[in-house]
Design a protein around this ligand. Structure first.
Ligand code: NOJ
Length: 565
């Protein structure tokens, strides 16, 4: 059975951002041009040719703004300045120009929920109760005698009390993530205006969009209602409950959904269109609220459910159906397998590159925007780090916990260093990451670099890198893969074996078949004379249905894309 469409094809008008492909760069780890062991903007510029050749269209940069780097840039000290270790505004301008010259778009990471504790606004705000910046953050009196107990029972996203006491003014200040990053007060219109103007500052320079860091945490309940108990310990992508707390009064407030509409208004001041992608948490239905009632909120939100879905075709089919149902066109879904906070997906797949190719094929052919995390395209794995000496503050926060047991218990690691190691460019010392081979990079390079690196994979037609490259190119050449509606082809009894779907744009129909088993599969062709556009097997040239009684033969863990000749 084929799913029915419930929207009007003739009204389809795609915007560039709805069909773009995004590559995420973690600047600290991409390419070091100065030889100090830390990646930088000039390093990135030197690798733009590589990215252009790969075929990605938009680049999202994790923050490179001025910061004391307690959380590697997510603790911003100056929203309009570049951190000196990454470069200068001049380097930024050059990067933007070189990207635009290549027809690539730039997306910045905008951390509007909080500032670094070292931000001049916070230093002022903390200095006295009557400082003009006092109300830029959320200060409250404590409870109990002498106000020595926090104002309520709220906890942070990383666990522990969400309030920090300041003796000089005898008040508590609220933070949702780490005590080195304090939440801004968006009930103060001055804060809003300043942050909107900061967006305009970058938009005026020509930036094409923003990724919005933990947007769901922008507003908190004004009455500071105590949080309720939850049985959930481990945070998940489906609900916001964490570490025995419900987080009903500090996350996903109605005011935050309205705020998404205001952010959109700022973006809509600009032509050609720019886009916003929100990092928000909750069920797909909850996340949808950020898109706005008339699709007039965020342009898109990250959907993280693919990350936690095991390699199982049946589970993916059900997830794809849910996404299509919750976010039909013109809503734009996103497809994410990894980022700087999550274990690398190749490691979750136990380094099975055939499986990685299947997932890449799915990611680049579903309806919506794929986000590829740097290194994902070559299969860079997780690297083990000790929590105690972890660069990531979260790792250090949990260093008291016995790591191996913990990892086994919760299924993931607590130091995000694992997925942030230097990009593996070649098989030289430091994997070609740093111009200085004597230097120890800020994070150690994965031992796999001699086997897994860009230079090596470029030469191998069967590599994961070349698979991504071919997929990006097929997507660019076929409008149905960018703008086509999506129909899952239902085959209930065989759902555990393979996934198949059609992307259709006007008369063009493109078929995607993904074999999730380790067996060969013979599948009846849905059309006569199918023409092969892509196979995860680099040497497969045709479908050769005549040799199989009109069937298509899929080899184990093979993914194919075809259309009608
Ligand atoms: C989410 C970001 O992805 C993460 O890296 C960061 O530590 C927190 N937000 C706090 O900004």
């Amino acid at each position: 059975m084929i799913l029915q469409f419930d929207f009007n094809m003739s009204e389809w008008k795609y915007k560039w951002w709805q069909k773009t492909t995004v590559y995420q760069i973690y600047p600290r780890s991409f390419k070091d041009s100065t030889g100090n062991g830390i990646g930088d903007l000039q390093g990135i510029i030197s690798k733009l040719d590589y990215l252009e050749e790969l075929g990605v269209e938009t680049i999202w940069f994790s923050p490179f703004f001025d910061s004391p780097q307690q959380d590697h840039g997510y603790d911003v000290r100056d929203f309009r300045g570049i951190a000196p270790e990454y470069g200068t505004l001049k380097d930024f301008n050059q990067l933007l120009k070189e990207m635009h010259d290549r027809n690539m778009k730039m997306v910045l990471d905008f951390v509007l929920n909080h500032t670094s504790i070292d931000h001049p606004w916070f230093i002022e705000s903390a200095s006295s109760r009557d400082n003009p910046k006092r109300n830029w953050y959320i200060w409250r009196d404590g409870k109990k005698s002498g106000g020595k107990k926090p104002p309520n029972n709220w906890t942070t996203m990383t666990g522990g009390c969400a309030w920090l006491y300041y003796e000089n003014t005898d008040q508590w200040v609220y933070f949702h993530f780490l005590p080195s990053m304090i939440d801004l007060n968006y009930r103060n219109s001055e804060v809003k205006e300043e942050m909107f103007n900061t967006m305009r500052f970058w938009l005026d320079k020509g930036v094409d969009g923003f990724r919005l860091d933990i947007l769901h945490a922008i507003y908190e309940d004004e009455q500071l209602t105590n949080d309720k108990f939850s049985w959930t310990i481990i945070p998940s992508d489906k609900k916001v409950d964490t570490l025995f707390h419900k987080h009903k009064y500090d996350l996903n407030l109605p005011e935050t959904f309205d705020f998404a509409l205001e952010l959109r208004e700022v973006m809509d001041e600009y032509e050609p269109e720019r886009f916003l992608v929100g990092e928000v948490c909750g069920s797909i239905e909850e996340i949808k609220k950020y898109y706005g009632p008339n699709n007039n909120g965020l342009h898109m939100c990250f959907l993280f459910e693919f990350v936690s879905t095991p390699f199982d075709s049946k589970k993916y089919i059900s997830l794809i159906s849910r996404i299509e149902k919750a976010l039909p066109f013109p809503f734009t879904p996103t497809f994410v397998y990894g980022n700087h906070d999550i274990d690398r997906y190749i490691s979750l797949l136990k380094n099975n590159f055939l499986k990685a190719k299947i997932l890449a094929t799915m990611q680049l052919t579903l309806r919506g925007v794929p986000f590829i995390y740097y290194g994902e395209e070559i299969g860079m794995p997780n690297v083990r780090f000790k929590l105690k000496t972890s660069e990531d503050p979260i790792g250090r926060k949990f260093s008291w916990f016995p790591m191996p047991q913990l990892s086994r218990l919760i299924g993931f690691s607590l130091t995000r260093d694992r997925c942030r190691t230097p990009m593996q460019w070649n098989n030289e010392k430091n994997a070609g990451f740093s111009s200085n081979i004597e230097i120890e990079p800020w994070l150690k390079v994965s031992d796999t670099f001699e086997k897994i690196n860009v230079e090596k994979e470029q030469k191998n037609p069967a590599s994961l890198l070349n698979c991504y490259k071919r997929l990006l190119s097929v997507r660019k050449e076929n409008i149905a893969l960018q703008e086509g509606e999506l129909q899952l082809i239902k085959h209930e009894k065989l759902e555990k074996n393979y996934i198949s779907y059609i992307r259709r744009y006007k008369a063009q129909k493109i078929f995607i078949y993904l074999n999730f088993t380790k067996k060969e599969l013979l599948i009846q062709t849905p059309i006569e004379k199918p023409e092969l556009l892509f196979s995860t097997l680099s040497n497969r040239k045709a479908l050769d249905t005549e040799a199989y009684n009109g069937n298509i033969k899929l080899t184990p863990l093979e993914g194919i894309i075809f259309n009608k000749k």
